[in-house]
Design a protein around this ligand. Structure first.
Ligand code: C2E
Ligand code: MG
Ligand code: MG
Length: 558
């Protein structure tokens, strides 16, 4: 559509009074005409004088988007749009103009007319652009930040070309460096680290700082996941050389997690997967590729934690009691209390699954107190039912986390107090792991527990790392031989040798012994012959509900 500019002297004066660039357009015989315009409009167009030059400069109003916009409005002002933004020119000359139309009365000859006002928004738009660029950039390193990185992933994803992976790199022990050397040194290290990472990039890779000490790299894969692992290896190499910080030379290590982009996967999920892999890499000590099954496990652990918290609050856990048999007399000498969780949807969840979760989350403190109270209360209840003080004890497991973080002596004391039991009716089962971490504390805790009167047993003995020196020094009464050795005794002479060794060690230290996991009569008699004092296992009975346990004791006595 050609424009035929025509200056109408009488209207120009009126338009000149307006504070913005404005022009009157008409549509006549299918052509757009400029009937009048003000000085600001001429300025904005950058043309003065000759109508031909003028027409040329206004191409963007007359043809293309602007022209179509004005024509449509003139053809039907009621239904057409009256405001658009257009970009004009390119490079440094690029302008952003906002066009607004207002209807005017038709001319005497009936030709439709409208008023176009133009606002130059170039400066604002550029400021927005800059602000946006700023928002996507990390000011310390000048790299993209998390937001910018996500956008870069999104772009690659939308292009749909080739295979890609995201690497997340976590600089290890950064907070310690930051604390000990100051945040200036920390900043310097981050900048240097970022520069090193750049050395590991290939042409199209995108590096970003996605968190405090976390970096992300988007790589394209030609040879599958191997490519990403090769990138991880390049990273290891560039990071390997010492870093110079002020006058110091320090070594920096990093963990690398890899996630390969899947179709229909949004950038957030991809990034989170790589972050998950980096957590695994920290544990494994080498780069890890994201695997959904591991994440499923982690999610299950997490939901177990949430649900265990609720189960504890709602008192949904129970205790099962497994008899301990005196191998000489075949009498029941006591019961070990074992936590049970029957989940309404998932069914029975094994303590080998939920106890570690409880330990990791700290819930074990709550759970441990509950078990102690409940077990003591049950034994007291049995006494009341029988009308006598039964010749039985109850064994309660204490986690290493409880020993390290709770006041377990107080926990035991309070259970004894509220149940009315004497201390000697309890056996506390502790593990070697509760000694290893802080032997000094373990000594104090064991002594305090012992002072309350219970028997102290070392559970799962032989699977941990306790030193013989501590075994001798701590007030331990019983070694419980781990069921893994017991189970192997019939097939593996080495297992027999280990059991013998534990039995003679116990004898030398003046301790008694209990064998766990006795599943057959052969094991029961063999262990009795070898001199093991007490035994526990499916051969005698599985862990039982409280009533059934008391009944079991009665039936064995008869
Ligand atoms: P543990 O303290 O060594 O308990 C003995 C485990 O061996 C129990 O498993 C018991 O059911 C199982 N067992 C007993 N006899 C046999 C047998 O003949 N064959 C086999 N294969 N297994 C036998 P459970 O109840 O699954 O508990 C597993 C572990 O969970 C316990 O090992 C203990 O470490 C922990 N645990 C259970 N309840 C508690 C608790 O209340 N507090 C703490 N801290 N840990 C608990
Ligand atoms: Mg135990
Ligand atoms: Mg055990």
């Amino acid at each position: 559509m050609a424009v035929e500019p025509r200056l109408a002297a009488d209207d120009t004066g009126l338009l000149d009074a307006l504070p913005i660039a404005a022009a009157i357009f008409t549509l006549n015989k299918g052509k757009l005409w400029i009937e009048a315009m003000n000085a600001r409009f001429i300025d904005l167009a950058g043309c003065h004088g000759e109508p031909e030059v003028f027409a040329d400069t206004f191409r963007h109003f007359a043809s293309g988007e602007g022209g179509a916009f004005i024509s449509a409005f003139l053809a039907s002002p009621a239904s057409a749009r009256d405001e658009i933004e257009i970009a004009d020119g390119d490079g440094v000359n690029r302008r952003f103009l906002k066009l607004k139309l207002s209807p005017l009365a038709a001319s005497t000859s009936g030709v439709p007319r409208c008023l176009l006002s133009v606002v130059d928004r170039t400066i604002e738009v550029q400021a927005e652009h800059n602000l946006r660029a700023e928002m996507l950039r990390d000011s310390l390193t000048g790299l993209s930040n998390r937001l910018g990185f996500t956008e870069a992933i999104e772009q690659v994803r939308e292009s749909g070309e080739g295979e890609h992976a995201v690497l997340v790199i976590d600089m290890l022990r950064f907070s310690r460096i930051n604390e000990s050397m100051g945040s200036m040194a920390g900043d310097e290290l981050l900048i240097t680290f970022a520069r090193r990472l750049m050395l590991a990039l290939r042409a199209d890779d995108v590096l970003a700082r996605t968190g405090g000490n976390e970096f992300g790299i988007l790589v394209s894969l030609q040879g599958g996941v191997e490519d990403a692992l090769a990138a991880a290896e390049r990273i290891r190499q560039v990071v390997n050389a010492p870093f110079r910080l002020s006058d110091m030379e320090i070594r920096v290590e990093c963990a690398v997690g890899v996630a390969v982009m899947q179709p229909d996967q949004d950038s957030e999920e991809l990034f989170r997967n790589a972050q998950f892999a980096v957590k695994q890499a920290k544990l494994a000590g080498r780069p890890q590729v994201y695997e959904p099954t591991k994440a499923t496990e982690a999610r299950r652990r997490f939901s177990i934690e949430t649900e265990l918290r609720r189960a504890l609050d709602r008192d949904e856990l129970t205790l099962a009691y497994q008899p301990l048999i005196n191998l000489k007399t075949a009498e029941v000498s006591g019961f070990e209390a074992l936590a049970r969780w029957n989940h309404e949807d998932r069914g029975e969840i094994s303590p080998t699954e939920f106890i570690p979760v409880a330990e990791e989350s700290g819930l074990i403190l709550h759970l441990g107190r509950w078990v102690m109270d409940k077990a003591a209360a049950t034994l007291a209840e049995w006494d009341r039912t029988a009308g006598e003080k039964l010749p039985l004890y109850v064994g309660v497991n204490l986690s290493a986390i409880q020993v390290a973080r709770d006041n377990v002596a107080e926990v035991v004391e309070s259970a004894l107090k509220s149940s009315g039991l004497s201390g000697d009716r309890l056996t506390l089962e502790l593990t070697e792991s509760s000694i290893v971490q802080d032997p000094g504390r373990a000594q104090r805790v064991f002594d305090a527990l012992k002072a309350l009167g219970p028997t102290v047993a070392m559970d799962d003995f032989g699977t941990g790392y306790s030193s013989l020196a501590y075994l001798q020094r701590l007030p331990i009464d019983v070694l419980k031989i781990d069921k893994s050795f017991v189970a192997d005794m019939m097939v593996d002479p080495d297992a027999v040798a280990i059991v013998r060794a534990i039995l003679s060690l116990a004898e030398a230290l003046g301790m008694s012994t209990t064998a766990e996991g006795i599943e057959t009569v052969e094991l029961a008699t063999t262990l009795a012959t070898l001199g093991c004092a007490s035994g526990q296992g499916f051969y005698f009975a599985k862990p039982l509900e409280a009533d059934a346990a008391l009944e079991y004791w009665r039936s064995r006595r008869r």
